[in-house]
Design a protein around this ligand. Structure first.
Ligand code: DQA
Length: 137
């Protein structure tokens, strides 16, 4: 099974960025743990702060991979284009968030990803990604 974890803007700062919300582990360290634990999955990771690069990656893997775990960061709440990209590809996407976006500011309650996603997992810290992987399995 081929799965891509796709992270959007500012998620490269995990470990340093608002640790009280997002925790103190870097994504790279977490990804190494995930790869060891789920060694039967062909697991890939890509992060970009650039909206178009995220869309290009969705197009690149969206007709061959078995699943995409997407944390689009703040683009979740703004990007019609990422929502459209998910609509246009075949690979199912699970939307994830580290924090419980519904318990935060109102602007985080809107998602352009969710209407086109297989499901949404939010609020479980980095475990949100693991729950998404388990769902694909
Ligand atoms: C986030 C929630 C978003 O609202 C925020 O802009 C992020 C991270 C999360 O994982 O909790 O960058 O997607």
């Amino acid at each position: 099974m081929k799965i891509l974890i796709l992270n959007g803007p500012n998620l490269n700062l995990l470990g340093k960025r608002e640790p009280e919300i997002y925790g103190s582990l870097t994504f790279e360290a977490f990804f190494e743990e995930l790869k060891k634990k789920y060694n039967t999955i062909d697991l890939h990771y890509f992060q970009s702060n650039v909206e178009g690069e995220l869309i290009n990656k969705l197009h690149e893997v969206g007709f061959s991979f078995d699943g995409i775990v997407l944390n689009a960061g703040a683009y979740t709440h703004t990007s019609v284009a990422i929502g459209d990209a998910i609509k246009g590809i075949e690979t199912p996407v699970i939307e994830v968030h580290i924090s419980n976006v519904h318990a935060r500011e109102d602007f985080r309650h809107t998602s352009y990803i969710a209407p086109n996603a297989k499901g949404v997992i939010a609020g479980f810290g980095l475990q949100s990604y693991e729950l998404a992987l388990q769902s694909f399995l």
